[in-house]
Design a protein around this ligand. Structure first.
Ligand code: ATP
Ligand code: MG
Length: 413
């Protein structure tokens, strides 16, 4: 779990602003959700036989004896919140969220135990138009941020019925090659065989390449939905690959799934992933409501942004107020508050902790401020302030207090 230090916080802030603006540009509204939910929610939503629920959740019993988990993803909590607050009754919803997620994984570059996801979810839309919108929204993000080298992969998992038929064919094939399966896959063979396709074990590659294809088992409804999505993406001019092995690690998906992948992040190549989950809301106790969404990993996005780019710097103060001696020290906070009232948006740093003129001046320079204000006993008594321009060729001035705000406005705002 990582600390975001002051030197990297500005990059986070810039990204968060870009994401908010992007979401607003498509009519998505923010929802803020708790980090902790009942464990049961994730077991039901994400699925019992998934990596996340089997071995990645931070789960504990609270003082009332209830099993709680730090959220490993955002969709389950988002659906829970919508149901509890009646946000889905006879209406559609477009929502986004941002926040920390927790998974007890082996930490490595691009894979952390606390990481952040930005997610978008759309409820109440049946057709592939919303799938296309979500994908186009994510595609726009790469353009807005100037990120290259990410490719879109899409697939259709079919409806539940199609998946059941496919599952039978897959189990038959994999059972015939039982000796080539690894331990994880053997365990999954009868509980969740589709997840075997998602295996990251390279030794299973050849075996899985020969497996029956999901595409050959799709029901007509899913085929039509998928063709509709492809048509919308084609018409919008967005390039994609159909990856028939794309299944996603969470149980709730059906029909459309998609991922944005890159070769620029080593093994952790997926930046953004999502799909359609039409049965989840009903499964969690709501009325049947179609749903689709995606989540992107903020840390992986920042890693892509960092490559070759100048770091985003925190804004320096405009003004540093130097106050030498006891009288000036007492007057400084009042002067600063007055200036902040007069000049909204002013970034003003007041010297705290005393010090002689030389020491304070050094701090003023180091702060990056454009202007140093100098206050001593004489200035306080005569109602003036010294103004020293730290970055401009301009002589120092003595300015009456009443003229200070317009002077500063002209120079720094
Ligand atoms: P992976 O296959 O890399 O484990 P996943 O399928 O578990 O990813 P999702 O649950 O779909 O990932 O999460 C969506 C996105 O969140 C991922 O594409 C990735 O960018 C990010 N993400 C997931 N797990 C982590 C993690 N442990 N650390 C950092 N980012 C993560
Ligand atoms: Mg994972």
């Amino acid at each position: 779990m990582h600390d975001v230090l002051p030197e990297t916080a500005p990059a986070w802030h810039a990204l968060e602003q870009a994401l908010r603006a992007l979401a607003e540009g498509y009519g998505y509204e923010e929802i803020r959700l708790p980090s902790l939910e009942r464990t049961e929610l994730f077991v039901r939503a994400v699925g019992e036989v998934t990596d996340i629920v089997e071995k990645e959740m931070y789960t504990f019993t609270d003082l009332s004896g209830e099993s709680l988990s730090l959220r490993p993803e955002g969709t389950a909590g988002c659906v829970r919140a919508c149901l509890e607050n009646g946000l889905l009754h006879n209406q559609t919803r477009r929502l986004w969220y941002l926040g920390p997620m927790f998974r007890h994984e082996r930490p490595q570059k691009g894979r952390y135990r606390q990481f952040h996801q930005w997610g978008a979810e759309a409820y109440g839309f049946t057709g592939p138009d919303i799938d296309a919108e979500l994908i186009l929204l994510s595609a726009r993000l790469w353009r807005v941020l100037g990120i290259g080298g990410v490719r879109l992969q899409i697939n259709s998992l079919g409806t539940a019925g199609a998946r059941a038929r496919y599952r039978a064919a897959l189990v038959e094939y994999l059972s015939a090659h039982h000796e080539r399966l690894d331990e994880d896959s053997r365990r999954r063979l009868h509980v969740n065989p589709l997840r075997i396709l998602d295996s990251k074990n390279p030794e299973l590659r050849a075996l899985l390449d020969g497996a029956p294809a999901l595409a050959d088992h799709l029901d007509p409804e899913s085929q039509e939905h998928f063709a509709g999505l492809r048509d919308l993406l084609d018409t919008a001019g967005l390039a994609y690959e159909v990856n028939p092995r794309l299944v996603r690690g969470l149980d709730y998906y059906e029909k459309t799934v998609f991922e944005w992948v890159t070769d620029r992040l080593g093994a952790q190549g997926t930046v953004c992933a999502g799909g359609r989950y039409d049965r989840l809301i009903e499964q969690l106790g709501g009325r049947p409501t179609p749903a689709a969404g995606f989540a992107l990993g903020i840390e992986r996005l920042l890693a892509l942004l960092e490559e070759g780019a100048a770091p985003v710097a925190a804004p320096a103060p405009h003004v540093y107020l130097i106050a030498v001696g006891e009288t000036a020290g007492r007057a400084a906070p009042g002067l600063a508050e007055g200036l902040r009232d007069e000049l909204p948006g002013l970034r003003l740093c007041v010297n705290c902790g005393g010090g002689n003129f030389k020491g304070q001046f050094r701090r003023a320079d180091k702060s990056g401020a454009r202007v140093a204000l100098i206050l001593g006993e004489d200035e306080v008594n005569s109602g003036v302030v010294g103004v020293k321009y730290l970055r401009d060729e301009r002589p120092q001035e003595i300015v009456p207090r009443g003229e200070l705000a317009p002077r500063l406005r002209a120079v720094v705002l």
